[in-house]
Write a protein that binds this ligand. Structure first.
Ligand code: ADP
Ligand code: MG
Length: 314
């Protein structure tokens, strides 16, 4: 009997099903965190992550410039390395190119890729190029960290504060405007088309952070991942979730609740991390809730029932 990904319980349930124990003793973390972690020596860990952008699913050439597609493909991968307390080292990129993609499109796309490579000082070492029906961009990124700086989703404990490194909801707000074809609101649209991950701020955050993850699928989903991995629960305070500037206005125009963008939208690429409550005064960002011993997720007084974006659930 064949079952669809939706019948298997969606993307997250599928990934849990296919994970199996790893062979090499050097693997510290396999499937299940923002990156896999492999120990190269006592003080050096390598991080592996890969993220794919698919035309029509993640972007449209009608409202992304080629440079922006390149930037987003790289920033989203750097974000996963930042979420582990690491620095990017080496990237590989694979492209499926539909007919009609021009040389100048590709030059501009690589300009965007290299903008990010140069921003963080890593190297692009290879890839693959093939023909496809739509444009597909897959980046694999290798990063490095130390055992001291490594931050996992499993490191949260009851009583910890939940902190976001910056305001959320911008990417979903921008996408809504772009898809609705609304003129203006360029700043909000750029939250979607020109994301910038939080690696620049990670050095300040790592000393404080216990569990950490990046916000690629929405705050609700990321907090659920941290809770699942740590065997804890959480209570989010809806009034404390900082929203990106300008999105309340654009959401009102569309009849949307901007808090939903932050909770369920994703692609904001901020960091969400937990902090010992004794260090409340040192927090970088906004305190949006706390970790609880009871393994339930609450948004204020209500149980959280909806999570982030899952491509494979109805
Ligand atoms: P993120 O949002 O941080 O990029 P994902 O939700 O994409 O993470 O993936 C969660 C975990 O599942 C990661 O460890 C990732 O490597 C792994 N994963 C995702 N898709 C697959 C797949 N098709 N096969 C094996 N592992 C996967
Ligand atoms: Mg991630």
């Amino acid at each position: 009997m064949t079952r669809t990904l939706s019948e298997l319980g969606g993307e997250f349930a599928f990934i849990k099903r296919i994970a199996r124990p790893t062979r090499s003793a050097a693997v510290e973390v396999g499937i299940g965190d923002d990156c896999a972690v492999v120990r190269l020596s006592e003080n050096l860990l390598h991080l592996y992550t890969t993220d794919m952008l698919v035309e029509g699913t993640h972007f449209s050439r009608s409202y992304f410039t080629p440079e922006e597609i390149g930037v987003k493909a790289m920033e989203s991968n750097v974000s996963d390395v930042a979420a582990m307390g690491g620095q990017p080292l080496y990237a590989l990129i694979s492209l499926a190119l539909p007919r009609g993609v021009s040389g100048s499109f590709l030059e501009r796309f690589y300009h965007g890729l290299y903008e990010v490579v140069d921003r963080y000082g890593f190297d692009l070492l290879g890839g693959d190029t093939t023909r496809g029906e739509g444009l597909v961009v897959n980046v694999t990124l290798i990063g490095a960290t130390t055992p001291e700086n490594l931050r996992l989703r499993s490191m949260a404990e009851p009583g910890d504060l939940i902190v976001t490194s910056g305001p959320l909801g911008g990417s979903a707000a921008g996408l809504r405007l772009l898809q609705a074809g609304i003129m203006g609101h360029d700043q909000v649209k750029q939250y979607h088309t020109r994301p910038r991950c939080a690696l620049d701020r990670a050095a300040q955050i790592i000393p404080l952070a216990k569990a950490m993850e990046d916000v690629s699928d929405g705050l609700a989903s990321e907090v659920r991942n941290i809770c699942d991995a740590s065997g804890v629960g959480a209570r989010l305070d809806p009034g404390a979730i900082a929203l990106r500037e300008g999105i309340e206005t654009s959401a009102a125009l569309l009849g949307d609740d901007p808090l939903e963008y932050a909770l369920y939208g994703g692609e904001d690429y901020e960091l969400v991390y937990t902090v010992d409550p004794a260090r409340r005064d040192q927090v970088v960002g906004s305190i949006v809730g706390e970790i609880t011993a009871e393994r339930e997720l609450f948004l204020g007084q209500d149980r959280l029932r909806k999570f982030g974006y899952d491509h494979f659930l109805p």
